[in-house]
Design a protein around this ligand. Structure first.
Ligand SMILES: C[S@@+](CC[C@H](N)C(=O)[O-])C[C@H]1O[C@@H](n2cnc3c(N)ncnc32)[C@H](O)[C@@H]1O
Length: 347
């Protein structure tokens, strides 16, 4: 699979316009604060962007960031401006042709930004331990449309766990399927290269994330993908594909479900570029200044991470009130007794 993917991204594709799906994210969805950062990136780098989402979480100044499958470096150069001269961004990719484009423009970006804080490394994302990267040394790991291409996804997630600092996060966009992808689709070289054939069934991804120690994966955003080439759409059959951004925090104390301890947070409005609201994920759009009830896991995600100084925290873990339904889960039991004639506990 590695050779097939290297050939696809190193030789067959010459630019984003050669892709046969709508996987590449639409510039109109880009937040306004990010647009000037992209405007400073060299056109040759932008032309070889093959990502499917946005991988710029808030509050990156001074952070060490790793980009898995960085390609020609668009996200590395965007993140470099966000982490600033006190931070560093390392891009890893296995395709030399992609890394060549990224490296050719390193001096151009250093001059434009006024600092050189990026590094590009040749390597495989399922063998991160083979690279000269210290364990627990990254605040944030990102990846944009790459994990689906890996033949060993559990190894990728384990490598990410090892490299993240406690309280760090894996914030990544990828392609998921609405069911397990049949062998005929998985072994189609173009469907694989286009990031569809290797896509995980979303529920299998959640299982893998749990197994790798990420107890409560949070979905940030998602959108359906269109296969714009009719012949390719026919070969994909009835599988539906989605681009989705998840964030996985490396935190002790996360539970497998969202539990209610009667806690709440108040966002101070102090994260740069986010004065009115802080979006943790699809279920948590937290308005500035408002008391916002949270489950124990969300509490940890805000209290045990770089976000803590920007929140006020109310409550503790001393009393449990059952499942927290605000994160989308429900208790499995009926709360009304069916045909409640006798009313006793025995049936
Ligand atoms: C769809 S492109 C995305 C590139 C980049 N993230 C972007 O947004 O433009 C996939 C990239 O992942 C790299 N890649 C795929 N599988 C890889 C692996 N197992 N290890 C390292 N790089 C990989 C490819 O070489 C290619 O550059």
């Amino acid at each position: 699979m590695h050779e097939l993917v290297q050939d696809y991204y190193g030789r067959q594709l010459q630019g984003s316009q050669d892709l046969k799906t709508s996987a590449c994210c639409d510039a109109s969805r880009m937040p306004d604060w990010l647009k000037p950062l992209l405007a400073r990136i060299h056109p040759d780098v932008l032309a070889r962007y093959y990502g499917c989402g946005l991988v710029c979480p808030p509050l990156l100044e001074g952070c060490r960031v790793l980009d898995l499958g960085c390609g020609a470096g668009r996200d590395v150069y965007a993140l470099a401006q966000l982490v600033g001269p006190r931070g560093e961004v390392v891009g890893v990719d296995m395709t030399e042709a992609q890394l060549d484009v990224a490296r050719q423009h390193q001096a151009y970006h250093a001059e434009s930004f006024g600092f050189d804080n990026v590094r590009f490394v040749h390597g495989y994302i399922e063998q991160l331990e083979a690279l000269d990267l210290a364990p627990e040394s990254f605040d944030v790991i990102v990846s944009n449309c790459v994990v689906n291409l890996s033949p060993d996804k559990p190894a990728v997630l384990c490598g990410v766990q090892r490299l993240l600092k406690p309280g760090g996060e894996f914030y990544f966009s990828d392609v998921y399927a609405d069911r397990r992808v049949p062998e005929a689709v998985r072994s189609d070289p173009v469907l694989y290269g286009e990031c569809l054939g290797g896509a995980l069934y979303w529920n299998d991804f959640l299982r893998l994330a749990h197994a790798a120690g990420f107890a409560d994966p949070r979905l940030v955003e998602d959108r359906p993908l269109a296969i714009t080439d009719p012949a390719l759409a026919e070969r994909a059959g009835n599988v539906h594909f989605y681009s989705a951004t998840y964030r996985l925090f490396r935190l002790d104390g996360l539970e497998s479900a969202c539990e209610d301890y009667g806690q709440a947070v108040i966002y101070q409005g102090t994260v740069p570029n986010h004065p009115h609201r802080f979006v943790l994920d699809k279920h948590h759009d937290i308005s500035t200044g408002k008391v916002f009830p949270v489950c124990g896991n969300t509490w940890h995600m805000l209290h045990g991470t770089r976000f803590a100084p920007h929140f006020q925290f109310i409550g503790d873990f001393s009393r449990h009130y059952g499942l927290f339904e605000g994160c989308g889960s429900r208790m499995p039991f009926d709360t009304e007794a069916a045909g409640a004639a006798g009313g006793g506990a025995c049936c």
